[in-house]
Design a binder for this molecule. Structure first.
Ligand code: NAI
Length: 252
């Protein structure tokens, strides 16, 4: 058990990568707050964790709302006594060029993917610092390192995630807080199907294309989860400001 006595927040915890990671953190001994816009789905994940004999609560929240973030941190501290680990993972994508995208959609993507991380850090860093440190992991993307087609706001937002991770690591390292990004390639979750729908493509063909990389398959959520568990644990105690790529090779 690598995370015994630790308390963790996982945003987007009802989705593919978030659910797998919430379960993996709990299985290593962490008490987990499963945070998602979809409160019912978050509760189902928390129940699944509790049924397996581990500790979890569900919190419905919009991560782009400061009031909601303040409530998430306060609820987690009240339930578990502190916060050692945060996985800022909630994210959305719009498959649009600059010409197709509206200004409101740009703001929406940046609200969920970028503003959320700033807000979470603003409110959780004091809690972690008072306890002597912690580990924050932000979900970037291969497209945040390299770029990609017809996803302007997403690529810009994930590039911001990668670099704000470095800035946060510099600012809060002296307080014992490590901040890293995990950067997946294509992972088998609802997001990929949503992308196929947005592009008007067949979901099966879209998923088959995602296997076009050296390991000849897309990733599974648990393979991102195991990287996050490592970044959350003391096994990565000298790693901060890094952009860990988990993509089967070939994207970044
Ligand atoms: P997903 O769509 O399965 O999960 C995303 C979760 O975030 C959903 O449960 C959704 O309800 C939640 N969410 C959306 N807006 C929210 C908000 N405003 N407040 C709180 N929760 C909100 O997608 P997946 O694949 O698990 O994505 C997780 C992260 O991984 C995202 O940041 C995504 O950009 C990133 N990623 C995913 C890749 C993939 O191929 N699936 C590749 C690279 C990065």
């Amino acid at each position: 058990m690598r995370l015994e006595q630790k308390q963790a927040i996982v945003t987007g915890g009802a989705g593919g990568i978030g659910r797998a990671t919430a379960k993996a953190l709990a299985a290593e001994g962490a008490a987990v707050a499963v945070v998602d816009l979809d409160g019912e789905a978050a509760e189902a994940v928390a129940a699944e964790i509790r049924d397996a004999g581990f500790t979890a609560v569900a919190i419905r929240a919009d991560v782009s709302s400061e009031d909601d973030i303040v409530r998430v941190v306060a609820t987690t501290v009240a339930e578990f006594g502190g916060v050692d680990v945060v996985f800022n993972n909630a994210g959305i994508i719009r498959r649009s060029t600059a010409l197709e995208l509206t200004a409101d959609e740009w703001d929406l993507v940046f609200g969920v993917n970028v503003r959320s991380i700033f807000l979470m850090c603003k409110h959780v860093v004091p809690v972690m610092a008072a306890a002597g440190g912690g580990s924050i992991i932000n979900t970037g993307s291969g497209w945040g390192l390299k770029g990609g087609g017809r996803a302007l706001s997403y690529c810009a937002s994930k590039g911001a995630v990668v670099n704000m991770t470095r800035a946060l690591a510099i600012d809060h390292g002296p307080e014992g807080i490590r901040v890293n990004s995990v950067n997946p390639g294509d992972v088998n979750t609802g997001m990929l199907r949503d992308e196929a729908r947005q592009l008007g493509e067949d979901a099966d063909a879209f998923l088959a294309d995602a296997a076009d990389r050296p390991l000849r398959r897309m990733g599974e959520p648990r393979e991102i989860a195991s990287a996050v568990v490592w970044l959350a644990s003391d096994e990565s105690s000298y790693v901060t400001g890094s952009a860990l790529v988990v993509d089967g090779g070939g994207i970044a």
